[in-house]
Ligand binder design. Structure first.
Ligand SMILES: Nc1nc2c(ncn2[C@@H]2O[C@H](COP(=O)(O)OP(=O)(O)OP(=O)(O)O)[C@@H](O)[C@H]2O)c(=O)[nH]1
Ligand SMILES: [Mg+2]
Length: 314
């Protein structure tokens, strides 16, 4: 995920098109009279809140935007450029880099998040990207709660050409994580990707299991896991904020992955999540396909969000 692939910008814009379409329609409505007056700035702020950017960021962005002087002849593109710039200012400090091949080996990456958020899919996409770049990758099916979860991950392992380690349903996930890391060290893997359950009998049970997994990994390598990626689903809107809070307070999260930005007109929710979290946004998911996971690029994201880049292929 360090080198964006060809066409990634169109995929980003395509993925964000639901949000950007809504924003574009509203920007056009806001801009009936120029130069902008207070009413229009208020409408703009309202539009940002509707796209789930959150009241604080919306107010700051509208204010930053209001300082600009738009003459009577300013075009919609110019206005969007200014809007994208104001959104990017909010996000640039929250941008992080996912680089599992940049540090010590094996690099251990743990995927956490509520059920259905996209952990297994994200792990699979990352595995495919890493093997394509020549890395030796081991996948551990740490979601031992559901048999179907192990199968789903096995399919991703096969597709990506990564090796796979699993246990029967109901097995101890921490024990599996321990064995996986021993294997990864002994057999000189570059990266170990560990999936986890999104739901157990209850929330406390899940948090206990995750902290136990981290504890046993520490025993083998005090620096492991090197990365704890919290996977959040953008389509749940502001619920993603609550999830960030729960996991972020219980587990030492090192980076956020925001998935399903293609499935919502409220992709702006990334902004309040990025600002509420102690850890940066590292990756975004803009579709179900193997190439639909991208490094988070605040500028490109902001431009696509307001519909500046055309989602054209080729
Ligand atoms: N449209 C879209 N769908 C996605 C994206 N990421 C994941 N999905 C879909 O979301 C659904 C749930 O994804 P999973 O990866 O199974 O989620 P999970 O977090 O592993 O869920 P549990 O194993 O139940 O905890 C699947 O149908 C994925 O294809 C994305 O970026 N865009
Ligand atoms: Mg899963």
């Amino acid at each position: 995920m360090t080198e964006p692939k060809r066409g990634w910008l169109s995929r980003l814009s395509e993925g964000l098109s639901r949000t950007s379409k809504q924003m574009t329609d509203q920007v056009a409505q806001v801009l009936v009279a120029r130069p902008l007056d207070q009413t229009q700035l208020g409408a703009l702020e309202e539009m940002l809140i509707e796209a789930d950017l959150g009241p604080q960021a919306a107010a700051r962005i509208a204010q930053a935007f209001g300082v600009q002087r738009f003459g009577k002849s300013s075009t919609e593109i110019q206005v969007k450029e200014a809007l994208a710039q104001a959104i990017a200012e909010e996000l640039i400090p929250r941008e992080g880099r996912f680089d599992p091949l940049g540090g010590p080996r094996p690099n251990v990456v743990l995927f956490i998040g509520v059920n259905g958020s996209g952990k297994t899919t994200t792990l699979g996409k990352i595995a495919a990207d890493l093997t394509e770049r020549g890395a030796k990758v081991l996948i551990a099916a740490g979601d031992t709660f559901r048999a179907a979860a192990v199968e789903q991950l096995g399919v991703w392992a096969e597709r990506s050409g990564a090796d796979f380690i699993s246990r029967p349903t109901g097995a101890d996930a921490a024990g599996l994580a321990f064995d996986a890391l021993e294997k990864a060290r002994a057999e000189r893997y570059d990266v170990l990707l560990i999936d986890t359950a999104g739901r157990l009998q209850n929330k406390q049970g899940l948090m206990d299991e995750l902290t136990k997994m981290i504890r046993v990994l520490h025993k083998i390598d005090p620096d492991a896991p090197h990365e704890v990626l919290l996977v959040l689903d953008a389509t749940v809107g502001r619920n993603a904020l609550a999830q960030e809070n729960v996991f972020g307070n219980a587990i030492g999260v090192t980076g956020i992955v925001m998935t399903k930005l293609d499935g919502t007109a409220r992709g702006g929710v990334l902004v309040p999540v990025a600002q509420a979290s102690d850890s940066p946004i590292k990756l975004i998911g803009v579709g179900e396909g193997i190439d639909d996971l991208q490094p988070f690029d605040a500028r490109a994201f902001s431009r696509s969000l307001v519909g500046l880049e055309e989602p054209a292929y080729g």
